[in-house]
Design a protein around this ligand. Structure first.
Ligand SMILES: [Zn+2]
Length: 330
């Protein structure tokens, strides 16, 4: 029997009729589990948690666990790779990234666009980039809508994104389910008097290439994007509660090179399956792999479509995409 099928059978044994007895027969995870938590049972399903396991996990195993109801809290981390199918270049891709396209902005070196000293010297390049990312210029793709479907099914514990393009919000995932770790254009703050402004207030200026100014003190109004050296948003602290609670971690389209975001991938319990869907093996999954890691390399859209199929959600995905496309053309 294929590994995935065995996993499914075990999962069904646990959560199907007589599940409690099956539970009692399974060894329980030691450490990190929550008393009385059903979902901690995924550890029991697969024997001793963490590095002690010997079976190789597959995408199908994880899909079967979700289908069987054994993974109810799906935590997701995403990076620039999920936005490239929407036409937004990866910040770090040589030749095609934002950093490579900055000549037109007249910046001394690429990172300067997100550095406060350069911003105060010349805020125009940053606002030129902001204008490119104006809501509506780019549209969510099938990966964003897969995450929206996770939310609609009540499975999305939280979505941690490094992206500042706002496509997670645009796909219809509520702000309460998001941690925009590097900030967003949804709000802004005066750099002088610290007054806060809603996102709508500065776009009118940005769209006509004018630097937005505070209506009270005339200081530059900076969208709440996290620049180098700035603290992460308060909401990032939610990771302290979210990661120990996760039943499965999906990591999509990120090179996991920026801290502290990158370290989060190691913050789930050892027994929790981690699924990396990316072009390459990266970060902690490459140098400190765990027995329940699943690595799905290659084209992101194809990989996500494969996962959707394994989950049995292809029809619902098509319906959702059709509804959203209809909205756009309507
Ligand atoms: Zn001000």
């Amino acid at each position: 029997m294929a590994l995935w099928a065995r996993a499914a059978v075990r999962a069904l044994r646990l959560w199907g009729p007589g599940g409690e007895r099956a539970w009692a027969r399974q060894p329980r995870i030691t450490g990190g589990s929550r008393p009385g938590s059903r979902s901690a049972g995924i550890s029991g399903v697969h024997g001793n948690g963490g590095s002690g396991g010997t079976e190789k996990f597959s995408l199908q195993d994880v899909a079967e666990l979700v289908r069987a109801g054994a993974c109810r809290r799906v935590l997701v981390m995403v990076g620039a790779g999920i936005s490239t199918p929407s036409g937004i270049p990866d910040f770090r891709s040589p030749g095609s990234g934002h950093y490579s396209n900055l000549q037109e902005y007249d910046v001394p070196y690429p990172e300067a666009i997100f550095e406060l000293p350069f911003f105060f010297h010349n805020p125009k390049p940053f606002f030129a980039l902001a204008k490119k990312l104006y809501p509506g210029h780019y549209r969510p793709n099938v990966i964003h809508y897969f995450l929206r479907l996770l939310h609609e099914k009540g499975l999305l514990l939280r979505l941690y994104t490094q992206n500042i393009d706002g496509l997670e919000r645009a796909s219809g995932i509520p702000a309460s389910k998001l941690v925009e770790a590097h900030g967003s254009f949804a709000s802004a703050t005066c750099t002088v008097c610290r007054r806060t402004f809603p996102g709508e207030s500065f776009w009118a200026d940005v769209l006509v290439d004018r630097v937005p100014r505070c209506s009270v003190c005339t200081g530059i109004v900076k969208p709440d994007i996290v620049f180098f050296g700035e603290p992460l948003p308060q909401r990032f602290l939610l990771h302290l509660a979210d990661f120990p609670m996760a039943d499965v971690l999906l990591i999509l389209g990120t090179s996991l090179q920026v801290e502290p975001f990158a370290s989060l991938s190691a913050a789930v319990r050892n027994s929790v399956p981690r699924v990396l869907i990316n072009r390459d093996v990266v970060g902690p999954l490459a140098w400190c792999p765990r027995s329940r890691d699943v690595v799905q390399l290659g084209d992101l859209v194809h990989s996500v479509e494969k996962l959707v199929e394994l989950l049995g959600w292809t029809g619902e995905m098509k319906d959702l995409l059709q509804r959203e496309t209809g909205k756009l053309s309507g």
